[in-house]
Design a protein around this ligand. Structure first.
Ligand code: MG
Length: 403
């Protein structure tokens, strides 16, 4: 049996009766493009639509081609965002879709300026991607290997293609990604919510706003006012706190003293305490730290994990760094095999990329997936946070709705 046929047959056999509910995919195909103001469930589920029989995905047109399209989309931030290296009020972004046989997969590239990517660089890369040479979206390994081969960098642009491809395949199978991967939706867990660096007055207001909505907070440290930030938050709430120094500490003894104090304040983990190049000092720190230390800037892709093994307690996987879900899942497996902890993070993104990352959340130790909550012009509804916990959508693929 050919691989494609096997995958499809196995998916249908394994999914059983639930696959029957993907009849709305057929409804979408039958009705063609929807127009007007009606909010569209990307699985095609329109309110009031009649149930239809499940599609036979083995009958997809064999001559179907994948058509990729994309457009710039500037993300508007609710608050000015400050890390130890810069401040900003918008984030450049590119929205992408892949159309194939009546199905649409959605993807996204988000480019925080400090990472060196831009709308121009992403669009330039994507204009080189020719998916029309592939006729089977289930050959994700081959397709992503081809996309990756087009340049050495361009991780966000590659992630956009990867996310859309996974969304597309999930929709064709008629199952959400977490289910296809064998994860338990109920284990999605809490997400941290970031309190940006600001004056004590503003930090108090922000903390009050989110203390009742989240179960763990995140604070950017590494500037001069770290203690003031933590003490201000502690004057409002006892919630556990994750901190991200973004390489801000330069001396290992001072960093250890900071971490010991932070631990005494209920901080439960530290992300990228010192510059990436100071790996021996970070290893020294990790050995002595009472709380786990995660590599973020130090680990972009799968091939970076080997070098940080033993120096950090764990790694922070972000789709925009690692080129997408396919590589993210490989990183997760490798890190686990090396006994490392794993967190899943994001940039400021719409619910498209955040939800893609959230589908991995049942398998990680920490989720830092609040990027969609920091913008005011989200285009999608996907993973939502209820009482601090992430609720994964159960529609096929990413399970997104277009807003
Ligand atoms: Mg970080």
């Amino acid at each position: 049996m050919k691989r494609r046929e096997f995958l499809k047959t196995a998916a249908i056999a394994g999914a059983g009766a639930i696959v029957a509910s993907c009849g709305f995919n057929a409804a979408r195909k039958e009705s063609g493009n929807q127009s007007g103001n009606q909010s569209e469930d990307l699985s095609g589920n329109q309110s009031g639509s009649r149930p239809v029989e499940a599609p036979n995905i083995n009958t997809l047109p064999t001559d179907a081609v994948m058509r990729l399209s994309f457009e710039p989309y500037e993300l508007q931030l609710a608050h000015t965002f400050t890390v130890s290296s810069n401040s900003r009020k918008t984030t450049p972004d590119v929205q992408l879709r892949i159309d194939y046989g009546g199905y649409t997969g959605y993807g996204e590239a988000s480019m925080p300026p400090y990472l060196g990517h831009s709308v121009d660089s992403v669009c330039s890369f994507l204009s080189k991607v020719n998916l029309e040479q592939f006729h089977d979206p289930f050959c994700i390994e081959d397709i992503i290997a081809y996309v990756d081969s087009l340049s050495d960098g361009d991780a966000p642009a590659k992630a956009a293609v990867d996310i859309a491809l996974h969304d597309l395949v999930g929709k064709i199978i008629g199952q959400p990604l977490y289910r296809i991967w064998g994860y338990d939706r109920a284990k999605a867990g809490d997400t941290t919510f970031t309190i940006g660096i600001d004056s004590p007055e503003v930090v108090k207001v922000k903390t009050l706003e989110c203390a009742g909505k989240f179960n763990i907070l995140k604070v950017k440290v590494g500037l001069d006012n770290d203690k003031e930030m933590i003490e201000t938050i502690r004057s409002i709430t006892d919630l556990p706190i994750a901190v991200d120094a973004n390489q801000g500490w330069k001396n290992k003894l001072e960093a250890l003293n900071e971490i010991l104090w932070l631990h005494s304040q209920g901080v439960v983990m530290v992300e990228q305490p010192m510059p990436v190049t100071m790996i021996d000092d970070i290893a020294w720190l990790t050995e002595r730290s009472p709380i786990p230390i995660f590599a973020d800037e130090a680990v972009q892709r799968l091939s970076d994990i080997h070098a940080v093994k033993g120096a950090y307690s764990g790694i922070n996987i972000k789709l925009m760094k690692c080129t997408g879900l396919l590589e993210a899942r490989k990183m997760l497996t490798y890190a686990r095999a090396e006994g490392m902890k794993v967190m899943i993070g994001c940039m400021t993104e719409t619910s498209c990329a955040v939800t893609a990352a959230a589908h991995l959340s049942p398998a990680v130790d920490f989720s830092d997936l609040d990027g969609n909550l920091l913008i005011t012009n989200d285009r999608f509804e996907g993973m939502v946070v209820r009482q601090g916990r992430m609720v994964l959508p159960d529609g096929p693929g990413l399970g997104l709705k277009v807003l």
